[in-house]
Design a protein around this ligand. Sequence first.
Ligand code: AFP
Length: 328
Amino acid sequence: MGSDYTTLSRHVLTQMGGFSADAYDISALMGRIGLAGKIIARQLSRAGLVADVLGITGTTNIQGEEVKKMDEFANQAFIRAFEQSGLVCRLASEEMEKPYYLPENCPIGRYTLVFDPIDGSSNIDVNLAVGTIFAVRQAEQTPPEDPDRDLLQPGHKQIIAGYLLYGSSTMLVYSMGKGVHAFTLDSSLGEFILSHENIKMPDKGFIYSVNEGNFSQWSEGMQNYIRYVHRQPGYSARYSGALVADIHRILFQGGVFLYPGTTKHPHGKLRLLYENAPLAYIIQQAGGKASNGKEDILDITPQSLHDRSPLFIGSKEDVDLVLSFLNG
Ligand code: AFP
């Protein structure tokens, strides 16, 4: 625990290098993300005791997946946190087909927010860790016929990216391009307190995280990589069903997370804009690497809000090794 109890807002102001209007806006914006995270964490902690935490809503999202009650709740928590904030004019998320406009913020809202409200939502019904992923970009003037254009930007245009992990404690991990910093929610204070500053991940690890149930649907290169780690002493498989939890482990301990394309789904399952790109930003800031098998994840321009892409992310040497198998 940071001995001086650095709060999230104080840390953001320090990262911004002063007390300018921009610094206060970004600090307020991070505060709103933290608030949504606290509301979600509180709701998750009462799963099974209050209605509307466990189970499904009975509807499907734009990807055709069942919407869980917590997906809906968390999506609304973010929208409500940013209403009347003057900060963000448009939000886009996994749960909304189109971006959500907050017209009251639009004249002055200079930022856009993309997020996955609950990552790994199938874990909720069995009381396992889940997460929220987010990224902030600068809003730009967009032509009326193409109002979403500034959301469809490559990951290196993100000015802030991060995630919340609802695990044995609730953590918020973020980067504004100056290292990766983690905060732990002290629920008695109701504050995120700096717990890990300037996280640097190992260049090489011994964890590989992948759904091996898909083995028969992978490319030969991908299958050969997995055969290789099976033969090497020291590797451990870890896969939780929540990307945030698996990436968090790799951030601290090194290793690689893989979600390749399959014969049925050549682009894999994960979404570029609000899953892969924010996590790639974090991992690269910590000294790691993220690729879709050919390109750096942060260089890819999404063609639509819900584009999917394969993901190979983690310690540099591990990702390079995977790429050497994939590319022969
Ligand atoms: P849900 O949010 O629909 O549960 O999906 C979670 C996720 O996008 C990601 O967090 C996991 O790593 C991945 O899917 C798990 O997918 P598989 O079940 O296909 O391994």
